[in-house]
Design a protein around this ligand. Structure first.
Ligand SMILES: *Cc1c(COP(=O)(O)O)cnc(C)c1O
Length: 375
């Protein structure tokens, strides 16, 4: 493959060793080993179908190598646990995916791993939380569900000076809009279930990093076993071909909807990093290449939230995100339901907050649907 292709091209073309432009679905779990350097086995993360998508993801994320897992949580748990031992300390931003928050609360204590949740994406607070045994700082930007932004370059520079591994969940950013590895972050995580799949019909996860970090994560991954089957790999290969086209449209649609909601008198507040009055707009502009993603959140004014949700025709109240169809959810009842109401309020997730995952429909139809549900 040529080195300096554009992302739209990289999404489509792979270095296939086959005559077809797609990789054949190779389902064999038993493979000959005599005369071969490597034993191929799905849980060794080295089948042809797995490799073709890890190479593509590594290229798109500007990393050296990648691993694909059976879910986003498998990518998160394996990547974190591969870097630490009992007695170590991990710093985590409070504005992260609810499942990651629950993983840390449920599992870390039993293994004697210390942790601190640090409010929001505040770099100064992250700095003051570092202890001599801090091994990892884990964060998300744009964050879920309030779309706050952390300055990745400043964050990475600080962590490197202390020898701390940085992990960023780039699910909301997508490899099209943002490449944290280029800014000095060590490990990028994706819930591929979202934008990378894009059609709300696949579940997978990925980590991307340097070769040396990937080898360390891989040695734990072989033991934890969260590998992916050939059929799903094939569907991911297919989904990735349209990633750039889908995300470009989702970026544009979300920007248009954010401006529409901002002007609407029945909307109290809009959270979108593309809006100029977003507190971290300038940082987002710099590190997201002036594209702000397909996720936004808002609060209604004088319209009961549940009534609004019930009146929507086109936009489905549904859990998950990143698909071609626009869906909406109430984080206090879905992604953040496991967080205590007190913790939710502390991070600004009110009961009435709505999170919109913007699809690739015509925006006039989406605006008409919102408009009729507000009346
Ligand atoms: C969905 C999600 C995850 C978890 O991914 P699964 O594929 O459901 O395991 C992690 N991080 C973010 C930001 C997500 O949206």
């Amino acid at each position: 493959m040529h080195k300096n292709l554009h992302k739209a091209t990289d999404c489509i073309h792979s270095d296939t060793k086959f005559q077809g432009v797609n990789t054949p679905i190779y389902t064999s779990t038993a493979n000959r080993y005599l005369d071969y350097d490597e034993t191929i086995y799905p849980r060794y993360f080295n089948t042809g179908n797995q490799k073709i998508i890890t190479e593509k993801l590594a290229r798109l994320e500007k990393g050296e190598d990648a691993i694909v897992f059976s879910s986003g949580m498998a990518a998160i748990s394996t990547s974190i646990l591969s870097q630490i031992k009992s007695g170590d300390h991990v710093i985590v931003s409070t504005e992260i995916y609810g499942g990651t928050h629950k993983f840390i609360l449920d599992e870390f204590k039993r293994f004697g791993i210390e942790f601190n949740f640090v409010f929001g994406n505040d770099l100064e607070k992250l700095k003051t939380s570092v202890k001599p045994n801090t091994r990892i700082i884990y964060t998300e930007t744009p964050s879920n569900p309030l779309l706050s932004i952390i300055d990745l370059e400043a964050f990475a520079t600080f962590a490197k000076s202390r020898n701390i591994v940085t992990i960023v969940d780039n699910t909301f950013g997508t490899p099209i809009n943002q490449n944290p590895l280029e800014l000095g972050i060590d490990i990028v995580i994706h819930s591929g279930t979202k934008y990378l799949s894009g059609h709300s019909d696949l579940c997978f996860g990925a980590m991307v990093s340097s070769k040396s970090i990937k080898e360390k994560v891989l040695s734990s991954a072989l033991n934890f076993g969260g590998s992916l089957n050939a059929l799903d790999c094939y569907l991911i290969e297919r989904s990735l071909k349209t990633l750039e086209v889908r995300v470009t449209r989702q970026n544009d649609n979300a920007m248009e909807l954010a401006h529409y909601l901002k002007k609407n008198k029945k909307v109290r507040k809009v959270y979108y990093p593309g809006l100029e009055d977003h507190p971290e707009h300038e940082v987002a502009k710099k590190q997201m290449n002036e594209k702000y993603g397909g996720m936004l959140s808002f609060e209604l004014q004088g319209v009961p939230t549940e009534q609004f949700l019930k009146k929507l025709h086109l936009i489905a109240p549904a859990v998950s995100l990143g698909g071609v169809e626009t869906i909406i959810c109430q984080p206090s009842k879905t992604s953040h339901v496991k967080m205590s109401p007190k913790d939710r309020l502390k991070i600004g997730v009110t009961d009435d907050l709505l999170r919109l995952s913007v699809g690739i429909e015509n925006t006039n139809d989406l605006i008409n649907d919102i408009e009729q549900a507000l009346t």
